[in-house]
Design a protein around this ligand. Structure first.
Ligand SMILES: N[C@@H](CCC(=O)N[C@@H](CS)C(=O)NCC(=O)O)C(=O)O
Length: 232
C-alpha cells in the first residue's frame, strides 16, 4: 500500500469546501490511478506553506519526498511514475489530444466560467484572502467584480455558447476519452465542478448529453466529486 500522496488543495472560508478546477483535475487523476490521497487545505495568501515548492500556486503534490507543481506536470508525472495503474492518457495519441483539451479549458472555458462566478468565489473565501483575490482578479480581467456581477446574463450566455462543442462531442460518445473517463474528462469536468461548487447557474438543463456526462463524472470514483456539496 502506497503512503498517501499529499495534495495542497485550495479551500474556501469553510476548509471543507474545495473549489479549484486545477486541484479537482488532479484529485480525479489521483483517484483514477487508485492512489491514496491526503488533501491539505490551502488558501491564496498562505504562500509560505507551499514555498518549499518554489512557486505560489496550487495544486502542489508531495509523493514521498518528490514535489510536483502544475496540474499538467502532475498528470504527466503520475502517468510515468505509476504506469501499471489505469492510464490517464491511453497512449501518445491520447496525450497529444489531451494537450488540446487542456489548452482549450484554460484559455476558453476557465475564463468564461471565471467571468460568471468570480463574485461568488469572492463571497465564499476566507476573509484573509478576499482583498488579494479581488485585487488580482480585477487586474487580470480589467474590470471590477461589481462590473462582472452586473453583466452576469451575458456571461452566462457566453459560457453556454462555449460549452456547445463539448455537448456536441458528448452526443457521440459517453466520455471525451471514449468509452471510459480519462484525464481529458477530468480537466473539463473539474471546470464544471468549480462552477457547481461556487454558484447555482444551470448550464446543462438544455443539453442532455452534457447532463448525462456530468452525472457520470459526479458518480465516478465512488462519488468523489459528488461528495463535495454544490452551492446553495
Ligand atoms: N497552470 C497551473 C495553474 C495553477 C493555478 O492558477 N492555481 C490557482 C488556484 S486554481 C492558484 O493557486 N492561484 C494562486 C494565486 O492566484 O495566487 C496549473 O495548471 O496547475
Amino acid at each position: 500500500m502506497n503512503a498517501p500522496i499529499k495534495l495542497y488543495d485550495l479551500a474556501a472560508a469553510d476548509a471543507h469546501i474545495r473549489f479549484s478546477p486545477n486541484c479537482w483535475r488532479v484529485r480525479l487523476a489521483l483517484a483514477h490511478k487508485g492512489l491514496p490521497t491526503e488533501t491539505i487545505p490551502w488558501r491564496f495568501t498562505e504562500k509560505e506553506a507551499i514555498a518549499f515548492s518554489g512557486q505560489g500556486k496550487v495544486p502542489v503534490i508531495l509523493d514521498g519526498a518528490r514535489c510536483v507543481t502544475d496540474s499538467w506536470a502532475i498528470a504527466e508525472y503520475l502517468e510515468t511514475a505509476y504506469p501499471d495503474r489505469p492510464s490517464l492518457f491511453n497512449g501518445p495519441a491520447g496525450l497529444a489530444l489531451t494537450r488540446f483539451v487542456n489548452e482549450w479549458t484554460e484559455t476558453v472555458l476557465h475564463p468564461a466560467i471565471a467571468r460568471l462566478i468570480l463574485p461568488d468565489i469572492h463571497a465564499m473565501l476566507h476573509p484573509k484572502d478576499q482583498d488579494y483575490f479581488k485585487t488580482t482578479r480585477e487586474a487580470f480581467f480589467g474590470c471590477s467584480l461589481d462590473d462582472l456581477a452586473a453583466a452576469q446574463q451575458s456571461h452566462l450566455a457566453a459560457l453556454r455558447q462555449a460549452l456547445k462543442p463539448l455537448a456536441a462531442a458528448l452526443g457521440h460518445q459517453p466520455y471525451l476519452a471514449g468509452t471510459a473517463p480519462a484525464y481529458a474528462d477530468h480537466i473539463v469536468f473539474a471546470a464544471l465542478q468549480w462552477l457547481r461548487v461556487c454558484a447555482t447557474y444551470d448550464v446543462t438543463g438544455d443539453q442532455p448529453a452534457l447532463a448525462a456526462w456530468m452525472t457520470h463524472m459526479l458518480d465516478a470514483y465512488d462519488g468523489l466529486a459528488r461528495a463535495m456539496p454544490a452551492a446553495r
